[in-house]
Write a protein that binds this ligand. Structure first.
Ligand code: CP
Length: 318
C-alpha cells in the first residue's frame, strides 16, 4: 500500500480486516517492523481518538510517532497554487510538505472541509497537496470528505458483532446536531460498506440531506427512518450537513434522535457512532449507556485498524 486516503487504496478489504483483528489478538506480534522509522501526525483540527490510537498503533510496530498540531503550533499554511501570499498564510504546502518528507517515513494528516465551497472540499486539495509534495506515504487521519481509518474500524467492529450465518442489515441514520458537520464519516462509511459488499445497506435521512451518490451508490436510501430501522442488525448514527446546498443545517428535528423505543423496531441492533457524540442531541443517554451500544469497543478498535494500515505501508520497505 503506497498511501491510505480511501477504500480505493486497499486491494483486499477482507484481508485488511483480518489483519486488524489479528493485531487485536496479538498487539506486539510485529513489534520490530517499524524500528528505526518515524511517523509524523499532523493535525489541522482537534482529535482525541485518531491522534492517540494512531500513536499506540505506531508504537506497537516499533515506530516513533511525533505529533504536530499545525493549527495551534505551526505556520499558517497556504494551499492555493500560484497564491500571492500577502495575507495571513505564512508557508506554502509546496515548501512545508517536502521538509516533512525529510523528517518522517510516513506522514499522517488530519484536515477538515471548509463547508463553504463544495468543489474545493470535494477536490481534496489539502491532502492531495501533501501526497504530491511530501515524497513519503501519506495516511489520512480524516480529510475533507472521507475518514477511512474510522471506516475500517467500523467494519471490523461489525465483523466482531455479526450474528453467525446471517448477512447483516446495516442502517446509517442521520441524527440532529447543533452545528453543521462534514459529510466525511457518512461518505466514508457508505463507501466502505458498499465496497465490502457483506451487508444489506440502508441509508436514512430527512429530505434534502442526500449524500454524494459517488459514495452511496449501491445503498437503499429512504426518508422513512422507522421503515429503515425494521430488522436492522447494526444502526450507525451520524449527523452531517447538507451536500446539495452545501454545508447547511436544514433540519434539527429531535424526532430523528435514536431512542430505545425506535430500537425496538430492529433485530436487537447494535448501535454505533464514531464519537465524539452530543448526548441527548445525536444519541440518547439510554442508548449510549445501555447494552446495545458499541461505541467504546468501536473507539478501541481504532488502534487495530491503524496498526493494520501502517503495517501494510511498512511491508514493502522490508
Ligand atoms: N472518531 C474520531 O475521529 O474521533 P476524534 O475526532 O477524537 O479523532
Amino acid at each position: 500500500m503506497q498511501n491510505f486516503l480511501s477504500v480505493h487504496d486497499v486491494p483486499d478489504i477482507q484481508g485488511l480486516m483480518e489483519k486488524a483483528l489479528k493485531y487485536k489478538a496479538h498487539p506486539l506480534k510485529d513489534q520490530t517492523l517499524g524500528v528505526g522509522k518515524r511517523i509524523g501526525l499532523l493535525f489541522l483540527n482537534p482529535s482525541l481518538r485518531t491522534r492517540l490510537s494512531t500513536q499506540v498503533a505506531a508504537k506497537n510496530l516499533g515506530m516513533e510517532p511525533l505529533v504536530f498540531n499545525v493549527d495551534k503550533e505551526g505556520w499558517a499554511l497556504e494551499f492555493e497554487e500560484g497564491a500571492i501570499m500577502s495575507g495571513s498564510t505564512v508557508e506554502h504546502v509546496k515548501d512545508a510538505a517536502p521538509v516533512l518528507g525529510q523528517y518522517f517515513d510516513i506522514l499522517c494528516i488530519r484536515t477538515f472541509p471548509s463547508l463553504k465551497n463544495r468543489d474545493d472540499d470535494y477536490s481534496e486539495l489539502y491532502i492531495k497537496q501533501f501526497v504530491k509534495h511530501a515524497g513519503v506515504p501519506v495516511v489520512s487521519l480524516e480529510s475533507a470528505t472521507l475518514h477511512p481509518l474510522q471506516s475500517l474500524t467500523d467494519l471490523i467492529t461489525i465483523r466482531e458483532n455479526v450474528k453467525a450465518g446471517r448477512k447483516p442489515k446495516i442502517v446509517l441514520t442521520w441524527a440532529p446536531h447543533v452545528k453543521p458537520l462534514p459529510q466525511c464519516v457518512a461518505n466514508s462509511f457508505s463507501q466502505w460498506v458498499n465496497a465490502w459488499g457483506g451487508a444489506d445497506f440502508v441509508i436514512t435521512h430527512p429530505e434534502d440531506y442526500e449524500l454524494s451518490e459517488e459514495f452511496t451508490r449501491g445503498a437503499t436510501i429512504t426518508h422513512d427512518q422507522d421503515a429503515a430501522l425494521k430488522d436492522a442488525d447494526f444502526v450507525y448514527v451520524k449527523n452531517w450537513s447538507t451536500f446539495n446546498d452545501y454545508g447547511k443545517i436544514y433540519s434539527n428535528d429531535p424526532d430523528w434522535m435514536l431512542t430505545e423505543e425506535k430500537l425496538q423496531l430492529t433485530n436487537n441492533a447494535k448501535v454505533m457512532h464514531c464519537l465524539p457524540v452530543r448526548r441527548n442531541v445525536e444519541l440518547s443517554d439510554e442508548i449510549l449507556d445501555g447494552p446495545s451500544s458499541l461505541v467504546t469497543q468501536e473507539a478501541g478498535n481504532r488502534v487495530w485498524a491503524a496498526q493494520a494500515v501502517l503495517s501494510e505501508i511498512l511491508k514493502p520497505s522490508l
